[in-house]
Design a protein around this ligand. Structure first.
Ligand code: ZN
Length: 186
């Protein structure tokens, strides 16, 4: 089984992951992974308002998970899965052939409104996708978009320059900026 939590920044994706982790009694049967590119919380999963951190094994590719799996493993957690590389078929193999429950959390789109890296594939092979929302940084409505207000091409890892926005405030931001990213040429 593969369950994926997705949504914009600050939507509590990691928190959802941690809730699932907490509910599992025997932690010895769990493997937790994070991509190495996420340097702000290197090797740990944490979230606001929660003191306890979860240590994660730092990897770059899905294939590396196979080095850690043994027959005792029943659950795998992957945070910031949008940054992972490699073949998502690894997750299908672990879920179907090895009967491991996999929980993923990742950004749905980039700050430029592009589907984020491996996320379309991860979401496609998930048994269940749960969309979580954050609060719009501008107006307080439900935010479903991550918006980068910096200069395109200068994408930074981390929170700097990134906003969670609702549809209305995203539209406003794009118009104010004269940004045509959602213009369709045909
Ligand atoms: Zn708003």
């Amino acid at each position: 089984m593969i369950i994926t939590y997705t949504g914009p920044m600050h939507s509590g994706k990691s928190e959802k992951l941690m809730e699932c982790y907490d509910k599992i009694y025997n932690k010895k049967n769990i493997l937790v992974f994070k991509p190495s590119i996420d340097v702000r919380d290197y090797g740990v999963i944490k979230c606001k308002g929660r003191r306890k951190k979860i240590n994660a094994i730092v990897i770059d590719k899905f294939e590396e998970i196979l080095d850690y799996v043994n027959e005792d493993i029943t659950n795998i957690f992957i945070d910031e899965v949008q940054f992972m590389q490699g073949d998502i078929k690894v997750l299908l193999k672990l879920s179907i052939m090895d009967d491991i429950d996999i929980y993923c959390a990742g950004l749905n789109t980039t700050g430029e409104q592009e589907p984020f890296g491996v996320m379309p594939g991860v979401m496609a092979i998930s048994d269940k996708v749960i969309n979580v929302y954050s609060s719009c940084n501008r107006c307080g409505r439900k935010a479903t978009y991550t918006y980068y207000e910096g200069v395109k091409g200068e994408i930074l890892v981390g929170d700097k320059g990134y906003l969670s926005l609702c549809r209305k405030c995203l539209k406003k931001a794009l118009i104010n900026r004269g940004d045509n990213r959602l213009e369709i040429r045909r």
